[in-house]
Design a protein around this ligand. Structure first.
Ligand code: SF4
Length: 318
């Protein structure tokens, strides 16, 4: 449920000398399985809040349904835990109604890539200034090991006990193919420095920042990334002065590829190859139009919008 932050916002003026620590954003203890990658993403998000000194009363986390969708419960900000696949339409509504808020949409792979796929395409195209996190654990965890759109081919689940029939969808490739995509990155929850740097870059981006986070589900997908965690050579870091700079990982992650995030053709080529785990900024273009800037109604008050709506409805009066 969204709560009104109007009265609190009045407190947050230029005289506001509050300093926020990570603990100021921490809600109750998360109920995810021990070792679940969601814990790491939650910590990174709280670290980002403190790093950027985001005001809890002007920050909103919106989610759909799935393990990772419990995210808003664990943040001491405003939040909306909604319907399956509907994080993005709710986040879009919040951002359009209150453009001054910092909006984060948190989705799982079933949530975003399956039932919410239509919203994902259009939210990317609308390019509203918000952060969209896809916590991709390649399985429906909440409903106990059902094949998701990103489950690897051949993986045996409770819905496909003889193995997944189809090759998995590629969320990076899809997002990079959407008209007006402006920021596409990939990171991994087991690499906290890279995860934090990616969230920071996504937050600082002016537009719709789509981040796919490779997330381990030790309960149902034990082996999914175990080799990549042990052998750092299996992970390739996209490197560029304009890319994502993660501190302290250069000596450990030496498999690096120079990639200019302004080059969408190369970004698509790199994303298409699903045999290599690539982390970094695939694409960024801040010149792409943002819907909130082009929207004429933005300049109207709530009363004026309501009058316009009523005027329109009256046209159909019988
Ligand atoms: Fe995390 Fe998997 Fe447990 Fe869900 S089932 S909380 S994704 S480890």
């Amino acid at each position: 449920m969204i709560m009104s932050s109007c009265s609190l916002l009045h407190m947050a003026d230029e005289d506001d000398d509050r300093v926020f620590e990570m603990g100021d954003y921490q809600g109750p203890v998360a109920r995810w399985c021990s070792g679940c990658g969601d814990h790491s993403v939650l910590t990174a998000a709280q670290r980002l809040m403190a790093d950027q000194q985001l005001k809890p009363e002007t920050t909103v986390f919106v989610s759909g349904i799935g393990c990772s969708s419990r995210f808003p419960h664990y943040m001491k900000t405003y939040g909306f835990h909604g319907l399956h696949g509907r994080a993005l339409p709710v986040a879009t509504g919040v951002k359009l109604a209150r453009p001054e808020l910092d909006v984060f949409a948190v989705m799982g792979d079933g949530d975003c890539v399956s039932i919410g796929a239509g919203h994902w395409l259009h939210a990317t195209r609308y390019n509203l200034d918000m952060v969209a996190l896809l916590l991709d654990n390649n399985i429906y965890g909440l409903t106990k090991k059902q094949t998701s759109p990103t489950t690897p081919k051949g993986y045996k689940s409770n819905t496909q006990p003889y193995g997944s029939y189809l090759p998995p969808m590629n969320p990076l490739e899809v997002t990079l193919g959407i008209t007006n995509a402006s920021f596409v990155a990939q990171t991994a929850e087991w690499l906290p420095a890279h995860l934090f740097a990616t969230l920071k870059a996504a937050y600082e981006h002016r537009g719709f920042a789509f981040v796919r986070i490779l997330q381990r589900c030790p309960h149902f997908m034990q082996d999914m990334y175990s080799e990549a965690v042990k052998n750092t050579d299996l992970v390739q870091i996209l490197d560029h002065p304009e890319g994502i700079k993660a501190e302290g990982i250069d000596k450990i992650y030496t498999n690096r590829l120079r990639h200019d995030p302004a080059d969408i053709h190369m970004a698509r080529e790199l994303a298409e190859d699903m045999n290599t785990i690539r982390l970094g900024l695939f694409f960024r273009d801040e010149s792409r139009p943002r819907y909130e800037e082009t929207r004429a109604l933005q300049k109207r008050t709530a009363r004026e919008k309501m009058d316009l709506l009523n005027e329109d409805f009256d046209r159909y009066a019988v």
